[in-house]
Design a protein around this ligand. Structure first.
Ligand code: HXC
Length: 517
């Protein structure tokens, strides 16, 4: 064998060793835990054969606790680039078979390297997390590594999309990297996120909780809002990430991909002309409206189980990706509260940062009243949504289906918040407040002094409703651009988006605004 061939053989042997991560036994253990390895995950995530690995020969450089005798090629994370549907993405996948995927100084350097490359090339970063946290043997160097990653997450925010898949433990300060990214997809049964684990919780507060109760996928997708998706298994987590990608651009200077549209743009949806119940207090399902107007009924909902009174997600109109924000009258009558406001505000900001037009469907009775909400800071949370819509410069199309009262009318992308095209159905009620509440204020004395207070209030309410609870009063002032036939909503939205394709609005120059956090 020639010298060169020998060296090639050595390279092949080293590569094979690196591909085994922490070794066959550790891989077997990983499988027994119901988890795939880092490389298996990358293969499932990316287009077949597209992955190019970087830094396969990196080893840790720690000499504490006998670490120098134990090191693995690649050191606990697999990094590189590849494609999803032919589009470039950068990936890191923590390798639990090497020191439990714990973060070392060199592992952080590997992750930072691909984050820097992603910024340079203007391509998204996907992080697949499965790690025991800071590598304890490395002490402060592991912490410094985390901080380097967080700093890059912050600088990349709003420049390139960042997505986190959680496929195992993600605890302690490590949770802040996913929290700084745009979307977090958790995996039921195998993933958890918390700042302090059950043992510390027990010591400090006396509370008995399991890992799942404290920070499992269900908890974070329904209660805390930390996770945007809760996938049923690892494969589904990666499928969701691929699907998310189809709606978003490579970076903040590009548009989302345009997809050929097979759904007629002028499709009339007759059912929408009869979807609003006669009684103002009876709900209908906003999902039916969304499904009826978007391309092929294909909706990727985000945070489905959190603050269900507002619906957010991606869809397409005539092949163009949009972000949909819609009140859900079927849940808490579609009222805005703290959680719904925060949920929608972050989504609006994501869409605005990445040139994704916003379609807002309004049926909102107001903000949820009471001490629970006020003590929780609903003023600030509502202001977040207001701020997000007002700041957004992407095309904004709003359709008011039924209620749109008071402050919530303003917050939900009204004309004065630079809504571009604001439509209303004939069933819209756009007013300062509902009829019953208004007459109680205006006619309380008159009712009290009359022989039949209820009759007075009823008569005045009917008068108020006739005058104000319709779309024409707002349309009269140009606050609504047109009152449209519900069945024609899809076509009118598509026309509006086509018109707005060349929209250019620039906000005043500033270092950054001061959103009410
Ligand atoms: C070094 C670690 C490690 C860590 C796990 N391992 N976590 N090595 N540093 N943080 C090693 C284990 O020693 C073991 O090595 C292998 O990884 C697999 O771990 P197991 O415990 O066998 O796996 P499992 O039973 O599935 O339990 C997983 C686990 C547990 C729940 C994550 O390992 C664990 O509790 N780890 C410690 C978590 C932790 O406290 N991390 C530090 C937090 S401080 P062998 O050789 O036996 O296979 C922190 C601060 C970050 O993260 C701040 C950022 C700002």
């Amino acid at each position: 064998m020639s010298n060169q061939l020998e060296k090639v053989q050595e390279l092949i042997a080293l590569r094979n060793e690196a591909r085994l991560g922490g070794g066959e036994k550790a891989i077997q253990k990983q499988h027994e835990r119901g988890k795939y390895t880092a490389r298996e995950r990358i293969a499932q995530l990316l287009d077949e054969g597209s992955f190019e690995e970087i830094d396969m020969f990196v080893r840790h450089r720690c000499y504490n606790f006998g670490q120098e005798k134990k090191s693995y090629l690649g050191d606990g994370v697999v990094t590189g680039y590849g494609t999803i549907d032919g589009r470039l993405v950068y990936v890191f996948a923590q390798d639990f078979t090497v020191f439990g995927g714990s973060l070392s100084e060199t592992m952080a350097l590997k992750i930072c390297k691909i984050m820097d490359m992603a910024m340079k090339m203007g391509a998204p970063v996907i992080g697949l997390n499965d790690s025991g946290g800071a590598r304890i043997q490395e002490g402060i160097n592991a912490l410094a590594g985390y901080a380097e990653i967080f700093q890059r997450n912050i600088l990349a925010s709003g420049v390139i999309p960042q997505i986190s898949g959680i496929l195992g433990p993600c605890a302690g300060g490590a949770v802040y990297s996913p929290a700084l990214t745009d979307f977090t997809v958790m995996t039921k049964g195998i993933s958890y996120m918390f700042l302090t684990g059950p043992k510390v919780v027990k010591t400090v507060t006396g509370e008995d909780v399991t890992q799942d109760q404290l920070g499992g996928a269900e908890v974070h997708s329904a209660k805390s809002g930390v996770a945007h998706f809760a996938a049923s298994d690892g494969e589904e987590t990666l499928k969701i990430i691929r699907k998310l990608f189809s709606f978003i651009p490579q970076n903040n200077l590009e548009e989302p991909p345009l997809v050929p549209c097979t759904d007629p743009i002028d499709r009339l949806e007759d059912s929408l002309n009869e979807i609003i119940p006669d009684s103002a207090t009876r709900p209908y399902d906003m999902y039916e409206v969304i499904g009826a107007i978007i391309d092929n009924g294909e909706f990727l909902e985000i945070q489905r189980d959190y603050a269900k009174n507002i619906i957010i997600g991606f869809a397409r109109f005539n092949g163009q990706a949009v972000g949909i924000v819609a009140n859900q009258p079927k849940f808490l009558a579609g009222v805005l509260d703290s959680n719904a406001s925060r949920k929608a505000a972050r989504f609006v900001r994501f869409c605005d940062a990445f040139n994704i037009p916003l379609v807002t469907l309004v049926d909102v009775p107001g903000f949820l009243p009471g001490t629970g909400q006020e003590y929780n800071g609903v003023i600030l949370h509502g202001a977040k949504l207001l701020y997000a819509y007002g700041e957004a410069t992407v095309p904004k199309v709003t359709v008011t289906l039924r209620k749109s009262y008071g402050g919530s009318h303003i917050v939900m992308s009204c004309k004065q918040l630079r809504g571009d095209m604001n439509y209303a159905w004939p069933t819209a009620e756009i007013a300062v407040m509902g009829g019953a509440g208004a007459v109680e204020v205006l006619y309380a004395r008159e009712a009290k002094e009359s022989a039949d207070p209820a009759a007075v209030l009823k008569e005045k309410e009917a008068e108020y409703n006739k005058l104000f609870c319709n779309p024409y009063n707002a349309a009269r002032y140009g606050y609504i651009d047109d009152v449209i036939e519900p069945r024609n909503t899809r076509f009118r939205i598509i026309r509006a988006l086509q018109q707005l394709a060349t929209k250019k609005v620039v906000n005043p120059a500033k270092k950054h605004g001061n959103i009410p956090l």
